[in-house]
Design a protein around this ligand. Structure first.
Ligand code: MN
Length: 182
């Protein structure tokens, strides 16, 4: 199976990491220094999409989500994994990109990250301004451009029947919409 450069960087990290170490206890809130940042950017390229980026081990694991995330657990959003990005992308807002949401996330599940991503199923809790609560990423098609589904888990932060990307289009950094930047 062909692997892209970003995945092999993650694989090198996996190979080096000692998985015999005890992962963080489940359900325990990590201290600030153990929190990982995330960002969702609204990006107008050839097709409008959202970029979900999860900070891990000094890089941003990244997915392009054509329709953007949702808080509706009944809706599964396709997410195409792309190359890891450098940490500076967490801060980036420009002509074609706004920071649609950001915050921290907790790596969840029984399998330690990033092995969970390697296995194709990862659960996590977002503490963003718009996106909150549990989410899952489920890989549906491996390959050079792995396809995943991004799914809101059923919890107190779920908002059935809503579309958060339509309801709250503005940048959490500048208060502007993507359209206002053009
Ligand atoms: Mn993009």
């Amino acid at each position: 199976m062909p692997r892209k450069a970003g995945a092999s960087r993650l694989e090198r990290y996996v190979a080096k990491r000692d998985f015999t170490q005890t992962p963080e206890p489940r359900g325990k809130k990590p201290s600030a220094k153990n929190g990982h940042r995330f960002v969702v950017q609204r990006h107008r390229a050839s097709h409008l999409h959202y970029d979900l980026r999860l900070e891990m081990d000094g890089v941003l694991a990244s997915w392009a989500v054509p329709k953007g995330p949702t808080l509706d657990p009944a809706v599964k959003r396709m997410a195409i994994q792309v190359d890891d990005h450098g940490m500076a992308h967490n801060e980036y807002e420009g002509d074609t990109v706004i920071i649609w949401d950001r915050g921290t996330y907790e790596q969840g599940g029984r399998v330690a990250w990033p092995e969970a991503l390697e296995r194709g199923h990862a659960v996590f809790v977002l503490h963003g301004e718009k996106l909150r609560g549990g989410f899952a990423l489920q890989r549906t098609r491996p390959g050079a451009k792995p396809q995943w589904l991004l799914i809101k888990r059923k919890d107190d932060e779920a908002r059935p029947g809503t579309d958060i990307v339509a309801e709250r289009p503005k940048s959490v950094a500048s208060g502007r919409t993507l359209e206002e930047l053009s």
